[in-house]
Design a protein around this ligand. Structure first.
Ligand SMILES: [Zn+2]
Ligand SMILES: [Zn+2]
Length: 272
């Protein structure tokens, strides 16, 4: 508890990238102080997922995922899929992700052709289905393509990370078994449609995340993001919903536990 507020889960951040920036200790200590008792550290490929596994093993309250980001230049081969599948059996592996589609093509951002992205995404959706795990989806400018891919692998379920659609898209995702995860983007000006989705989502239909080190929320925008700032996003969502911050914190933590299958007690003591 922090100031009497229930604990929070940062359902999506990149502790490996924070470690590379020399920010890992600060990130973990700051999270604990802010009542962010649990952190899901998300993998981008096989090597990165395994690196996240090591960080999760070293820290109570930290979980990891096995991913293949749409910016990966080739789809995973059978050896890599076997290794990801093996990694997914780890007790702290909670999901497949991040995976998905990214149609925001820019030199220096990424230029991976859609057909390669679709092959990667399909393979990873099947991996998640076979393992009975939820999927964390990266969808940038690809709403329809993502939903088509998800519908192609029945039984898929999970989270639309850094949710960037409107309320109607959130509803379509919910019908396919996917909840929204609101990030610092919800605090940016000109995010009216995303704010509307945050206002209208079901109480048990969304979670919150940082995607740190990216997407630091207002008023910390422009700095490397940290897991503790998921509290800023939760407070912003509470204001949009005209509900107490404690309600959003408690509901998103319950939802994160349910969707990601986290059963550990969410207490600061668990991380001591
Ligand atoms: Zn992403
Ligand atoms: Zn991410």
């Amino acid at each position: 508890m922090t100031g009497g507020l229930p604990p929070l889960v940062d359902t999506h951040c990149h502790l490996v990238l924070l470690e590379e920036r020399g920010l890992l200790d600060q990130a973990l200590e700051g999270a604990l102080a802010a009542g962010v008792d649990e952190i899901v550290s998300v993998g981008l490929n096989l090597e990165d997922s395994d690196h996240n596994r090591r960080i999760a093993e070293e820290h109570a309250g930290v979980y990891f995922t096995c991913g293949w980001h749409p910016h990966e230049k080739a789809a995973p081969d059978s050896r890599e899929l076997d290794a990801l599948s093996e990694l997914l059996r780890h007790p702290k592996a909670v999901a497949v992700g991040e995976v998905g589609l990214d149609l925001f093509f820019r030199p220096g951002y990424h230029e991976v052709p859609l057909d390669i992205q679709e092959r990667s995404f399909r393979a990873m959706l099947e991996l998640a289905r076979d393992a009975g795990k939820p999927v964390l989806i990266h969808d940038r400018d690809a709403h329809d393509e993502v939903l088509a891919a998800v519908a192609g692998v029945p039984g898929s379920r999970g989270v639309m990370h850094c949710f960037s659609g409107d309320a109607a898209f959130a509803q379509r995702c919910a019908e396919l078994g996917f909840i929204a995860s609101f990030s610092g983007i919800v605090t940016f000006p000109r995010s009216e449609k995303i704010q509307d989705a945050a206002r209208t989502a079901a109480d048990d239909g969304f979670v919150v995340e940082t995607d740190s080190p990216f997407l630091s929320p207002v008023p910390e925008r422009g700095k490397p993001n940290l897991p503790e700032r998921v509290a800023i996003t939760a407070a912003a969502v509470a204001r949009l919903r005209e509900t107490p911050e404690a309600v959003v914190r408690a509901a998103t933590t319950l939802t994160a536990h349910r969707v990601l299958g986290i059963t550990a007690p969410s207490t600061a003591a668990a991380r001591a």
